[in-house]
Design a protein. Structure first.
Length: 398
């Protein structure tokens, strides 16, 4: 059934409002705990990552920013900022969220802000402050904070002391934010620590963000939950507390699998977007949410996987925009359970792809971004340019 004018309009307005940030690390070779499978076209430098992101933005039109990892993309700190900013501009994108790295250096073996050694906590703090300076230099608004801190065995860490150190560190970082900068506190229940993590869930992230200051928010990585957790309820709660800062989108079947967004459970993503549109409809305010991708395409072609992800996000966002809010509110009020649920299912089952193609056409974008990419010759060019370097890089941890 073709969409009516109201539906087509709702979809166009929704799509106009959607931007998705790509992760620079999503274009590089990645692997599992057991090894890396190298791809000949994988990006090996920051410039190549920005170039690949620029390609995704060219064919989708909604990915103008790239999240950067400080250690991997700006190894010399703020000194690298002008070079990276110029490179990004040349390649058609801008720097997005800045991701500090307090997990790779050997000193962080037992934690960063939660480390019992005050010298290590100070080093982590310095890196976070440097990251804030990088964000300022690049004109990036958000600092995305994920900490690998935790412990592997009962009794080995003082959980309350570590909580206190985190609280102090995050407040200190907040004090150094400038202009409209925000800090987004990400949580994760396990991995790499397997007994406790210092910011294990949204409640802990919320308390830390509240304690840090008014420009701290919670970052929801969809893969960072226990199986079967109701993520849309967490989203609804964070919205009602005005504490939802952004998402790291990916999908999972078992743990933090970093699979392509909506590849396993598209209805989950729809339900998350539904809560956001519901909030907007009820309050008349659009929540300020950074939509970011955090995925690891170990086997799929990286640029194709990213384009596929953007298409999935647009589809589910458009479907969620179609939910008949008046009708849903009426059914909820009268406890018409089947009818209320069907409001969601009707929208979810609607084929919005023709409307998305129409929207793309109207904005001078390719109707089929994946095909446009495949026809561009870009993949052939970068494969030829990068194959040798990729073949020479290490794929074994032994
Ligand atoms: Mn993440």
């Amino acid at each position: 059934m073709p969409l009516n004018a109201r539906q087509a309009d709702a979809i166009a307005r929704a799509l106009d409002s959607l931007s998705i940030e790509l992760p620079s690390w999503g274009f590089a070779n990645t692997g599992t705990r057991f090894g890396k499978f190298l791809q000949p076209a994988a990006a090996t430098t920051t410039e190549e990552k920005l170039s690949d992101a620029g390609m995704v933005h060219r064919v989708t039109g909604i990915c103008p920013t790239v999240a950067l990892h400080v250690l991997w993309d700006l190894p010399n700190g703020a000194a690298d900022a002008p070079r990276v900013a110029a490179m990004a501009a040349r390649l058609g994108v801008r720097a997005g969220a800045i991701n500090p790295n307090t997990f790779q250096d050997q000193i962080y073996k037992h934690g960063s802000l939660g480390n019992p050694d005050s010298a290590v906590r100070a080093a982590a703090m310095q890196h976070l402050l440097d990251s804030a300076a990088i964000a300022t230099a690049l004109g990036s608004r958000d600092l995305s904070l994920w900490f690998a801190d935790g412990s592997n065995y009962p009794g080995t860490a003082n959980i309350r002391h570590r909580k206190q150190w985190f609280s102090e560190g995050l407040a200190q970082l907040h004090a150094r934010l400038s202009g409209n900068q925000r800090m987004l506190v990400e949580y994760k229940p396990f991995e790499p620590a397997f007994y406790h993590t210092d910011i294990a869930d949204w409640g802990m992230a919320l308390l830390f963000a509240r304690a840090a200051g008014p420009r701290a928010r919670v970052l929801v990585d969809t893969g960072h939950h226990y199986a079967a957790q109701n993520i849309e309820q967490i989203v609804a709660w964070l919205l009602s507390e005005n504490m939802l800062g952004g998402f790291h989108f990916n999908d999972r079947r078992y743990a933090d699998d970093d699979l392509t967004m909506a590849s396993i459970d598209p209805y989950q993503v729809f339900r998350i977007f539904n809560e956001i549109f519901q909030f907007e409809w009820e309050t008349g305010t659009r929540p300020d949410i950074a939509y970011m991708i955090d995925q690891s395409h170990n086997l799929k072609g990286k640029i194709e996987a990213m384009i596929q992800t953007v298409a999935a996000a647009q589809e589910l966002f458009a479907k969620a925009a179609l939910v008949d809010r008046e009708r849903l509110a009426g059914h909820q009020q009268r406890c018409n359970l089947v009818d209320a649920e069907n409001c969601l299912k009707d929208a979810f089952s609607t084929d919005v792809r023709p409307a998305i193609r129409e929207w793309s056409r109207g904005r001078g974008l390719p109707e089929d971004p994946l095909q446009a990419f495949r026809e561009s010759g870009y993949l052939e060019r970068i494969t030829a340019e990068r194959a040798e370097k990729n073949a020479a890089s290490a794929s074994s941890y032994a």
